[in-house]
Design a protein around this ligand. Sequence first.
Ligand SMILES: [Fe+2]
Length: 438
Amino acid sequence: MSELLARDFLRSLFHVGQRLAVAGDEDRSVEDATTALEASCAALTISGREAVLSLVGDALYLDRRILPNVSTEFDSVLQAMKRRRIDTITILPSASRSDLADLAALVAGRSDDLPAGGTVLLNERVVSPSDLEMRPLSALRRTYADSLDSLRGVSRSRTLHLGEAQEVVDDFLAGGAGSGSSLLMATVHNHDELTYYHSVNVCLLALALGRFAGLGHEQLRVLGLSALLHDVGRVVVDEAALHHHGRLSNEDWAQVRMHPQEGAIAILAAAGPGQEVAAAVALEHHLRVDGGGYPDLGDRRTHIYSRIVAVVDTYEAVTAHRPYRPPRTPSDALQVLLQGAGTVHDADLVRLFIEMVGTYPPGSVVRLASGEIVVAASVEGGTRRGVVVTGIDGLPVREQRMIDFGPEQVVAQMLPAEAGVDPGSVLEAAEQSLAALR
Ligand SMILES: [Fe+2]
């Protein structure tokens, strides 16, 4: 639960910084984002105790507990803290709006002013590593964070290095991507709208589907590269149009529809092994199998990798956070794919994908007929294993335990926020179940 609260706080902090960069400090959207930051701060300190966020190495801790998901997801905030030499942020229950606004501006690099009201303290608490629960981030999680960094590099410099992108994919493959654990990474990370998270998730899901379909190592390398770069044209397209909250104007929409061509051009300009296929996938990933979609390329049969990316792109988009709508459950996303099988998507690939993820992929949260709430962990030979987080009495369990469950016992699939759990942390804690996935 505390990781969810910390996540909300960091996300709000990040949003204020983002709004400041785009709109300037007088803007209404900055005011709204600051109000959201105040609310998340109040939730974080609701117990009446101060909350201490500590940065040790590449991991963030809330009080003494490591925040594994947040450490990966908000890497940019962590890097900003490092640049500012901030080791600890202590937030008092009475944290004032102006102190929080100062903190956001400082972390975002928009101002050098420290919070002066005394309700948000920087580097006031000395953290000794021995006080903290030291648990290294898993290798795959580290690769995930590294890959985000490398994509951020692409977006910052606007120059694409195909070799660098291939290294990311090779690291994923070496780290076990394409197996259960990579599927888990992509499923439990309900990230913001940022293109890089989407790209990394699509890459992991495409590798998993490719491996499930029987592709060999060299084929997976090219598929992974193509999936990672499928939306690279988005960094060229106007940011405002991409992160638009309401209905897009015709002009913005026309811009968004240019990203396949822009992506293909960028990939071809970068030159390197695998570039022809990657460019084709970037160009074709919004084409439908019935000939619809965009851009209009006439009567053209698309590359199999484009169709794979289209399937996993849809699944990822439906289950992820978007600025204009909440995330939906994995089973909703599978319904969307089924509805589009044979028209939007390649029906064989949809069937294969559903077979691969199963109805309740790792990280999904389900309520059983008994009243228990379970985080699905693994499927083996038709048996589903999960971690019980809420007991039959409807109360959070004191000690989480594993159970086997069948689809007939499932009453509903829930969003993690509804159940008040963070599936990534739950599964990481249940190390045995994770080991079984690898
Ligand atoms: Fe796209």
